[in-house]
Design a protein around this ligand. Structure first.
Ligand code: OAD
Length: 231
């Protein structure tokens, strides 16, 4: 039977592709101060540092590939209505072949005008001071920084609210509003949470049908799909 499936992914989804998570030991936030590289204040204080941080991430993206977890999500589309709501700014779901993806926190391979937010450009190379939008203003990474609105939140909430099944993969469920999306789930929605170190937040602890799969993405996604398809 066709089901609506919302897949919520975080940094752990891409960990086995070689992209560091944020809060695990050795994660990105251990060596970088969040507010310095991922906030409007950080950008105002030291634009060069912020540009370098995202240029490094963008370059690294060209050296990695989708992992088996990304790939295993793709065939789910054959029998179900699948939407992927990712906190990740990488393009590994796209490269794996998933077709319906919402990037809650923006995209590394895009930049936008610092003045007119509607001017967004594909940008696979380094971004430097002096790169300007068509309106003549400096471009910035197309990333949702701390303290900024999450423009696609409402759209994502609408997808979660209509889902029969919600699969959460590789997120510490600590960063709101993304971590609160499960509170929009239908009361009878079945929720699967795949993470080697799951941390059930308030919303998950109060959800009715939660199955925790304590596994890495490359194994857990397979296991989860087996449960859904009854194999
Ligand atoms: P975190 O770094 O907070 O959490 C990563 C999660 O991935 C943890 O729960 C790990 O246990 C799990 N994990 C590690 N290896 C895994 C694997 N191989 N398979 C599956 N899971 C694994 O990352 P997020 O929850 O994504 O925002 O962080 C949310 C947001 O905080 C990010 O989007 C980013 C960050 O600050 C911005 O930069 C705007």
């Amino acid at each position: 039977m066709l089901k609506k499936i919302a897949v919520l992914t975080g940094a752990g989804m891409s960990a086995e592709s070689g992209i560091k998570t944020f809060r695990d030991a050795g994660g990105l936030w251990e060596n970088h101060d969040v507010m310095t590289v991922a906030s409007p204040q950080g950008w105002a204080d030291d634009q060069e540092l912020v540009l370098r941080f995202y240029n490094d991430r963008r370059r690294q993206l060209q050296e990695v590939e989708p992992n088996q977890g990304h790939l295993d999500l793709v065939p789910l589309e054959q029998n179900h209505d699948v939407v992927i709501i990712t906190q990740n700014v990488d393009d590994l779901h796209e490269r794996a072949g998933s077709s319906h993806i919402i990037h809650l926190h923006g995209e590394l391979n895009k930049v936008r005008c610092t003045v007119d937010e509607t001017l967004v450009y594909d940008w696979p190379k380094d971004l430097v001071t002096g790169d300007l939008s068509d309106a003549g203003h400096q471009l910035r990474p197309h990333i949702v920084w701390f303290g900024e609105m999450v423009p696609l939140l409402e759209k994502a909430a609408g997808e979660v609210a209509t889902a029969d099944i919600i699969i959460i993969i590789g997120t510490s469920m600590q960063v709101y509003p993304a971590a609160g999306l499960v509170s929009y789930a239908k009361p009878n929605a079945k929720i699967y949470y795949i993470d080697p170190h799951p941390q059930l937040n308030y919303e998950l602890m109060h959800a009715a049908h939660v199955v925790v799969i304590e596994e890495v993405a490359t194994k857990g996604v397979k296991q989860c799909i087996g449960m859904i398809e009854g194999k």
